[in-house]
Design a protein around this ligand. Sequence first.
Ligand code: FMN
Length: 200
Amino acid sequence: MAKTSNNFHNDFCPQTLFLYGTKKEDGTPDFGLFCWFSYIHTQSEGGSHLGVMACIGEEKLTKDRIRKNGVFSANLVTEELLPLADYYGTTYGRTAKDKMKFMPTVEQGKVLDVPTIAESPVTYELKVQKEIHLAANSDLFVCEICNVSVEESLLDKSIPFIERLKKAAPVLTCGETTYESINGKYLGQWGEPRKRMTDK
Ligand SMILES: Cc1cc2nc3c(=O)[nH]c(=O)nc-3n(C[C@H](O)[C@H](O)[C@H](O)COP(=O)(O)O)c2cc1C
């Protein structure tokens, strides 16, 4: 296979998307869209177990609130949630005071004081263990997973995993600022799906 060196990028390396939920100073929720999210093993009270690393870029409301509260939720984005998620990912919470005029069904976290999204089939409740400054506009949050809530039907092991995955319908971003479905369907450019909400 002939390979050529290309500019640094992660195209062709699919990533799932998450809506991070934090509480603002007045207790109301803020949601932002994130894809630089992956898994680690981390040390916590009960020994070493699955944790999360979340890389957050430039200063933004989500980062302010994570630093202040030390906790947040990560809600898997599905095809159904994509227009709202795309809107949250392209609206800057620090300046758009009415950002939360569009809302999912918000629930309270089961073990942490975080807002979670009922329509998301998989929700992590995360506690920050450590923040590592990596570079200008790049900070890594190493987190302990304190709870994972999963839609019950996805746990029915009598159904093959691939069928349950298709049912969950997570959205991927695979490169070139586009969204794709788990079935390989093109779901639009970043900034496009939100138009289904904002252009109504
Ligand atoms: C598809 C997509 C993925 C994103 N992933 C990240 C990410 O991993 N890290 C990050 O810092 N910002 C990411 N963003 C940008 C944030 O969603 C954006 O800064 C947003 O304003 C955050 O919400 P907030 O302003 O309420 O904090 C992404 C945006 C899009 C559209």
